[in-house]
Design a protein around this ligand. Structure first.
Ligand code: BGC
Ligand code: CA
Length: 293
């Protein structure tokens, strides 16, 4: 009798031997292979997990480090903010102090300005008064001089009769005036007056000015007024007797010291005055002398 089992030629169901060898024979290498694959898979999985874990742990460490750094920075910045707040507070105090000081200074300045304005107006008044007094003093001096001459002449001639002005001289307020027909330069005109015991006219005020203008017959006349020049610059104007100018009757825009050489003064046909070169042109002249009585 033939043992039941696989027969190459049999067409019926396969016969498997019983026991462990029976399973081996039935399944062959497959379970072992599956087990090995499982082990390999588990090992691989564990490897991947451990790699991932180690990477995560490194990143966590880095994050923790970053967090520490951020904390440190935050605390530093908080401290800095505190310092800044203090500084801003201090600055605010300092600003308000400065503002208060500025206000005080401004008030003081306004007060000083007010005082200065007051002083300026007082000075202006004083100057006007001094100018008026000076003009009055000049007038008084002329009168005294005139009286003195008169007294001297009276003593000389032993009587008190007053001699009239010489022929062709016009009397006005205690003086005699000569209006020349000829023309000359300033120096020559002055010399002509001196030769006649007179001087080029000194105009003491508006009345005398009016008298001169009325007798000027449309001519230009030299006056006894000259510039006092220092290092090319005119300092002031001075009459023949050394007295400074107080009354004046300048034409518009005069004296202009054109080309820096206008030292002498003439009365224009309008009666107004112009400074002009002493040696530049010839003009008529007016002599003046006090009454000799
Ligand atoms: C001016 C005067 C000046 C004169 C000199 C005129 O044109 O107006 O100021 O004295 O020239 O010649
Ligand atoms: Ca002039």
């Amino acid at each position: 009798m033939e043992a039941s089992g696989y027969s190459k030629w049999s067409s019926g169901p396969e016969e498997v031997s019983r026991g462990p060898w029976g399973l081996w024979e039935r399944w062959g290498w497959r379970p072992l292979f599956i087990a090995i694959a499982l082990v390999v898979a588990v090992v691989l999985w564990a490897l991947v997990l451990s790699i991932l874990f180690s990477k995560a742990s490194t990143e966590r460490q880095a994050l923790l480090g970053g967090q520490d750094l951020l904390r440190t920075n935050a605390s530093n910045q908080t401290a800095m903010l505190g310092v800044l707040k203090k500084e801003v507070g201090g600055c605010r105090n300092c600003c308000s102090e400065t503002r208060a000081q500025l206000q005080t200074t401004r008030a003081e300045l306004a007060e000083t300005q007010r005082k200065l304005l007051q002083q300026e107006s007082s000075l202006n008044e004083l100057r006007e008064r001094v100018t008026r007094d000076l003009a009055k003093a000049g007038e008084d001096r002329e009168n005294i001089r005139s009286e003195l001459f008169r007294a001297l002449e009276a003593a000389k001639f032993g009587n008190s009769s007053c001699k009239v002005c010489p022929t062709s001289w016009l009397p006005f307020q205690g003086s005699c005036y000569f209006f020349s027909i000829l023309r000359a330069k300033w120096e020559e005109a002055q010399q002509n007056c001196a030769d006649a015991g007179a001087h080029l006219v000194i105009v003491g005020g508006l009345e005398e000015q009016g008298f001169l203008r009325r007798n000027s017959r449309g001519q230009e006349y030299w006056l006894g007024l000259r510039a006092v020049r220092l290092v090319r610059k005119i300092q002031r104007y001075q009459w023949m007797d050394g007295v400074q100018l107080s009354f004046s009757h300048w034409s518009q825009g005069e004296p202009n010291d054109a080309r820096g050489r206008e030292d002498c003064v003439m009365m224009l046909p309008t009666g107004l005055w112009n400074d002009t070169p002493c040696k530049g042109e010839k003009a008529n002249w007016i002599c003046e002398k006090r009454h000799s009585c």
